[in-house]
Structure formats: C-alpha cells, structure tokens
Design a protein around this ligand. Structure first.
Ligand SMILES: O=C(O)CCC(=O)C(=O)O
Length: 259
C-alpha cells in the first residue's frame, strides 16, 4: 500500500522537495534533542571527533555513532517509508550529519547541488534523497535551508546569488521543531543566513541506492554495524550484497515501548 498521497508524490516529483509537518511526535522530538545535545557535548569536548568546526558551520559527523536514538532515526517509522517509496527498495544510507549554523552567520554564494555525477542525466534521475529533521523552531531569518523548487529538473546550473535568500523563486525552510523536509540530491539549495539569536540545528540523513558507495568516512563502525539486526538495517548500512535481493520493509518504533 502506498504511504505517499498522490499530492505528496506529485509535489516531490514537480518541486524536488517535500515538507512533512509534525514528522516527530513531541516525545520523539524530546528524545532526539537529548541525544543531539549529548552528541554535541561529546563532539565539542573531543576535537578528534570527525566533523567541521568553522565559524559558519558546526558539523557533528556520523551522529548515529553517538546514540541509539540517532541511529534509529535512520529508519524512522513514519518518514523512512516515504523516502523508500520515492527512492526505491534498493535504498541505502550515504551519509548523516548533525548541522549547526551558529547565530549571526552570513553565508556567501553557497548555492549548490549535492549530486553531480558525470554521465548521469540528472533531470530524469533520483539518485539521492536527503531528510532534514528540524530540532528547534527556525524563524524567518534563522538560517532555514533555501531551496529552488523544481531545480532538480533543470538541465543547467542556476546562478549563485551572493545572498542565499536573493535567489529568484526560492523558498525558505523556516519550519517548527519536529518538522522534516525531504530534498532530492539534485535540487539546488543553500544554507540560509542565520541572522537570529539562536543556533539552527538539523539532523540530516542522506539516502541513495545500495549499488552506490557509502560516502568515505561515513562507513559504519563495527559497534554500529552490530546494532543492525534486520536485513533492512544491514542493507541501509551498506552491509549486504549491492546486487542481491532488496530487504523487505520491517521497522521498529523509534522509542522503546514502555509498560
Ligand atoms: O544546512 C543546510 O541548510 C543545507 C545543508 C546542505 O547544504 C547540504 O546538506 O548539502
């Protein structure tokens, strides 16, 4: 049975992105925030932990390695089936990051595509989908991703405006905490200027196909691989035959069911 409505399917196909309001329940959001805070603290404490430490971007790389909740988000029971339906049953994780844009951050000429494989006619292909989970309310001037709708179908590279929000016909992902948005890897986008007083925090999971390669340095550790118990979990971490059968959809709740 289809999990996407026709409206969602056509919106994603036409626009190259899709917003899912209330993706996380209040309980899930609280648990993800606790896990994100702990991961961030550990990452700040130890400069050897992988990531980016720049004035305009703090990137905690591989957040799934820090906490089982951040790992289980990869198979979020309501969002993952949507991504799988859009991308295909041969779905696999490519990378995952926790992105923080500090307050008062200006981004200059940051527009880009994530997917640029030569030899692929991108306007007809969907090789990647990114899922962004919003951890705190993002105000209008708070650095929400700016997206150029429909640009995944463009056979050319659009201009790169000096100010992200100046892109003609663009939309800002200024969304409430607990929302998620999906974006095709070929959709042109940019981190927004965060002119607000609060950091903008996103948990990002990127999915591709299992015959692709998990991005370098995002390969799961042995400890993470040991947590992958089902065929689907193993497929998602790139631990199965890339050309073998696809794993069936078999998901657990994000949080332990109590009582
Ligand atoms: O942080 C954002 O808003 C966008 C992140 C981004 O550009 C990317 O993941 O490629």
């Amino acid at each position: 049975m289809a999990v996407l409505t026709e409206e969602q399917q056509y919106f994603f196909d036409a626009q190259g992105y899709l917003v899912i309001p209330d993706a996380l329940t209040a309980e899930e959001l609280a648990a993800v925030r606790v896990a994100a805070d702990a991961a961030e603290a550990e990452w700040r404490e130890n400069p050897e932990k992988p990531g980016v430490r720049r004035h305009d971007l703090e990137q905690v790389q591989n957040p799934m390695e820090y906490d089982p909740v951040l790992y289980r988000m990869l198979e979020h029971p309501r969002i993952f089936p949507i991504v799988r339906e859009l991308l295909g049953e041969d779905i696999m994780m490519l990378d995952h990051d926790y992105f923080i844009t500090p307050p008062h951050t200006k981004i200059i000429k940051g527009w880009h595509y994530d997917e640029g494989f030569p030899g692929v006619y991108h306007p007809r292909s969907c090789l990647m989908i990114k899922v962004f989970y919003v951890l705190d309310d993002i105000p209008h001037n708070g650095g929400g991703t700016v997206i150029l709708p429909g640009s995944h179908r463009f056979p050319y590279k659009p201009i790169n405006t000096e100010v992200p929000e100046d892109m003609p016909a663009s939309v800002r992902m200024c969304l409430p905490a607990g929302a998620a948005y999906l974006m095709a890897g070929r959709t042109y986008h940019c981190v927004g200027n965060n002119l607000s007083e609060i950091p903008r925090r996103l948990m990002i999971y990127t999915y591709g196909h299992k015959w692709m390669k998990v991005w370098n340095t995002y390969e799961p550790s042995e400890a993470l691989a040991a947590q992958a118990k089902t065929p689907l979990s193993r497929q998602l971490l790139g631990l199965t035959d890339p050309y073998g059968p696809n794993a069936p959809l078999e998901l657990a709740p994000l949080l332990e069911v109590s009582g």
